[in-house]
Each structure stands twice: as C-alpha cells, then as structure tokens.
Design a protein around this ligand. Structure first.
Ligand SMILES: [Ca+2]
Ligand SMILES: [Ca+2]
Ligand SMILES: [Ca+2]
Ligand SMILES: [Ca+2]
Length: 508
C-alpha cells in the first residue's frame, strides 16, 4: 500500500507439520455502535504533506474524520469529490497504531468493497518498528476499483527506497466484490504468512526456504514483531492506474466493513471439548473435535485446506451430506482427531461412521484413552468425495466415565462427516428366554419396591426399564440393593468374570 506495486502471479504453497491454530479471539471491532470506538482506533489525517505528499503513491486523497459513519452494524467509509489540501477527494483512514498491535495471529475482516475507477480500498498492517520497508508491511486485501473481481495479497520488505521490494499475488473471484461482503484474512506464523479469500488459500510466503519473489537480501524476514491494523479507501495513485482526477469514477464510493477480528497464535493449549462434553449415545460431528492446539488433533499440514468452520490446521469443508454442516476432509495417514465424551455405562456399543472417499483403500481405527478398540477399519471407495456411506462397527467395548475417543488414520484418503454411537438395545421381544425372578447365580428378594440382588462373588449390575433406559448401573459388589420406585417390569443384566446373565424383575 505504501509504494507503487507490480503484481506477481505466484502459486507457491508449502506445508510442514505443526499443531498450531488461531481459535482464540483476542481483539475485535464489530462496528455495532453509533460512533467509532476511539479506544481502538485513531485517524490518519491529511494528504501526507509535507513529508510524504500523495502518500508516496501520487494519490489524490485527503483524509478527514468526516468521511466515515457507523450504520447498520457496519463501518462505512465514503469517498467524496472535494478539494482539500493537496487532494481532490476526501476519504477516511483509521489505524490501531499505539492502541493495538500483535505479533502473529489470524487477522480477518468482512468487507463489501467500493467500486469505481481510481478507488483503492485496503485492509493492511504496518510494523510498530516504523522503519518501512525494513520492518515490513502486510497487505491483507487491496483492490483497484476498476477490476472489481480481484483482491491482492502483498508483503513489502527489503532496503530503503528505491531498493524496496514486494511480493504480491492476485485472486480473482467470480463476481464483483462490491456486490457483497467477503472475508479477507491472513494467518501469520513465525515462518509463514497465508492469505485467504472466503476461506480459499491463495498465497503463502515461507521463511525457510525463503520463497519471497524477489528474495530479500540475506533472506531477511521482517514479519516477527508487532504490527498494527490500517483500514482506508485511497483515491488515485500508481496502484490504481489512475493519477488524473478527471478519470476517477465514484460508481459506488462506500466501503462497508462488518467487523475486524484478530485471533491469537497458539502453539499449545489445554484440551477441552469443543461444544461441551457429549453424553453417549450421541451423533458426534467430526468437525467438532476437541479444542487444544498440539494436544487434541494432529494434521499433516498447517493450513485448513477446506477453509471452513474453524481456524486450525485440520481440513474442514462444507458438507453436502443430508443435514449439511461440515466434514473433515483431506484425511491422511497419521492424522488424528480427539473427542472428549461421557460414556454412561460400560458395555458394548455399535458405531456408525459417515464417510466418503473417491479412492478407497483407506484405514482408520478408534482408540479410547490410547487403547485401540476397533482394529483397522477399512474405508472403500464410495464413488466420490461427497458420496456418503455408513461404515458400521458393532460390539465395541467402551468403559464408563469421561473418556477421550481418538480417530486415528492409518491410511488415507477419505472424508468423515460424523460418527454415531448407540447402546446395544436390550431385546424385550425375547421374553420367553428371560426368566422371571429366577437366576442360577443370584439370589433375588423384594421388599416393597426395593429389590436386592446378591451373590457369592462380586458382580456388576445394570437395571433397565422396558424401554431400555438405564435406571441403575454399578460395578463390582456382592449385594446390589436397588430402589426401583414404581411398579412394573424391569430387566437386570449382571456380569461376573465375563459371564453375563439377563433376567426380569417384577415389582407388584
Ligand atoms: Ca458488524
Ligand atoms: Ca491441514
Ligand atoms: Ca489433513
Ligand atoms: Ca459433520
């Protein structure tokens, strides 16, 4: 944004293996008030004179406090034709300088761009080191108002002018960016910066190997200290291709900004359920794996290649299965996801995994607290990445209590939408096989609506009502004294040394 830039087209993408993510929101402005929050923002005023007339770009703009308003939950910056100072147009430029800055993180904004030849909206960042270009610049979004489907992501670096350098990449959307809101973001890490348009990754720069184009002298990488945020619409200047005020067109001279949100860069954090602990039986959405960068999941590359739903390295995409939502995609060997669940009773569960794969030959396993519970489960081709099928695995023994389930991928590649656990239902249609109040191993006695089940040796006991709901569950005792409460028929299931017995109880 500072100096005139040429646009380099690049498709340089590099991935390595870490567990970092950007899920912790640390700063935001939703622009929901009636006036700009001056605890967060300051105005940059004037035309840059005398030190940097035309802002170093031969611009035609003069910045005021008067070219903005908060309206309908948006910050609106409007360009007007008026001669002020050395400028032919007025606009507003705000920054978080001296109020908020941060090293690394995810910086995103939802913006509807202005439109018209000569307009130059930008969402960008400069270093508090304040020694451009050596201290660097990150342009999250720039656009020129006569190329309305295009956004540009750029970094500036290098030596003092005229030896400054920049590396920019364009991304062309299918539609006019002034017609609707879109999300512009960068994810900035010690060794990477990635640019996203509506979740689509379109540019990555990497420190090692230094893939800047052109490379900086001695591989200098200035993006390692605090940067602050800048938001403005410039008018004219080299970037726009228009330095003649008579050629500027104020077709739609307003930039609308719904919000700016900044997330912290986390390398490790405590593992927690994403949406609270799930009680089994439950349908568990694959994308709701636990929070906890570096502890709750592992993905083979840093970017969320699906671009949706969460700001972690796990690849999540919009799902077209019944019910919609999201699925985890790009599932490769040695990747894993964990889910903290509450298992109500120890016993055998049936599991149904909802998967899709265009290749087949994939394998995964389910672990509980690090113990392999399923062995290798095969995922065959379903005929497409969004052709969804069930994979059923029955009689998986889960232990009661708060447990961590891990889906561990032994061989990719497949997509997973969800998995569902169900208790094995007790059959009440096999009445004749279940003796009434008779048991070979247990003594059963009734007192009012209490029932006492006793045995020579310790046993565990679960009591169900005839709807199959668990009323009582206790492990290892030689006497189970159970209050049933209501008259009716109940079903007891006992377990001693791996021998189970099921019988009916009747409270009259
Ligand atoms: Ca808003
Ligand atoms: Ca990934
Ligand atoms: Ca992956
Ligand atoms: Ca899902």
């Amino acid at each position: 944004m500072i100096k005139n830039i040429l646009i380099f087209l690049a498709a340089l993408v590099s991935y390595t293996s870490f567990g970092q993510c950007f899920e912790q929101l640390v700063w935001q402005d939703e622009f929901d008030g009636t006036t700009l929050d001056l605890n967060k923002w300051a105005f940059d005023l004037g035309d840059g004179c005398p030190s940097l007339c035309g802002w170093g770009n031969n611009e035609l703009v003069y910045y005021t406090q008067n070219n903005h308003k908060l309206q309908g939950g948006n910050l609106v910056i409007g360009v007007k034709k008026e001669n002020l100072g050395g400028g032919n147009f007025s606009s507003t430029k705000i920054t978080t300088k001296n109020k908020f800055s941060q090293t690394y993180g995810r910086f995103e904004s939802r913006i509807k761009l202005p439109k018209g030849r000569g307009l130059w909206p930008a969402f960008w960042m400069l270093s508090t080191g304040n020694n451009w270009p050596m201290t660097g610049e990150i342009d999250i979004m720039e656009n020129r108002g006569d190329v309305m489907q295009r956004t540009v992501g750029t970094v500036h670096y290098g030596s003092p002018w005229p030896n400054n350098q920049y590396d920019g990449t364009t991304y062309d959307h299918s539609a006019d960016l002034s017609a609707d809101f879109h999300i512009y973001a960068v994810e900035w890490e010690p060794d990477y910066i990635r640019w996203y348009f509506d979740g689509v990754l379109f540019k990555t720069i990497t420190r090692v190997p230094n893939n800047l184009n052109p490379q900086s002298t001695n591989n200098v990488w200035p993006w390692n200290n605090n940067f602050y945020i800048i938001l403005n619409t410039a008018v004219g200047g080299w970037f726009t291709g228009t330095t003649d005020q008579n050629l500027v067109a104020l077709t739609k001279p307003t930039m609308e900004v719904d919000y700016i949100r900044v997330y912290g860069y986390q390398t490790s954090s405590t593992q927690l359920p994403y949406l609270g602990t799930l009680n089994l039986p439950a349908k568990i959405e694959a994308e709701n794996f636990d929070k906890g960068c570096g502890s709750a999941f592992y993905d083979n590359d840093n970017a969320n290649k699906g671009g949706a739903y969460r700001n972690t390295p796990v690849d999540i995409e919009v799902c077209t299965d019944a019910g919609g939502g999201y699925n985890v995609g790009y599932v490769g060997a040695n990747e894993w996801l964990e889910y903290t669940v509450n298992v109500p009773i120890t016993g055998l569960y049936n599991l149904t995994f909802r998967v899709a794969s265009n290749v087949g030959g994939s394998k995964f396993r389910l672990e509980q607290d690090g113990v392999n519970k399923t062995g290798s489960v095969n995922v065959n081709s379903t005929g497409g990445w969004q052709n969804w099928s069930d994979v059923n695995i029955n009689n998986i023994n889960l232990t009661a209590g708060t447990r961590v389930l891990r889906i561990f991928v032994e061989q990719g590649e497949f997509n997973i939408n969800s998995f569902t656990t169900s208790s094995i239902p007790l059959s009440v249609s096999t009445d004749t096989k279940i003796p009434m109040t008779k048991s070979t191993n247990y003594e059963i006695s009734y007192l009012n609506n209490n029932v006492k089940i006793s045995s020579e040796s310790e046993f565990s006991c679960t009591i169900y009502d005839i709807g199959g709901r668990v009323l009582y569950n206790k492990e290892l005792s030689d006497i189970h004294d159970i209050i049933l409460g209501n008259k009716g028929i109940y079903i007891a299931k006992t377990l001693t040394n791996n021998t189970s017995e099921t019988f009916k109880l009747m409270v009259e």
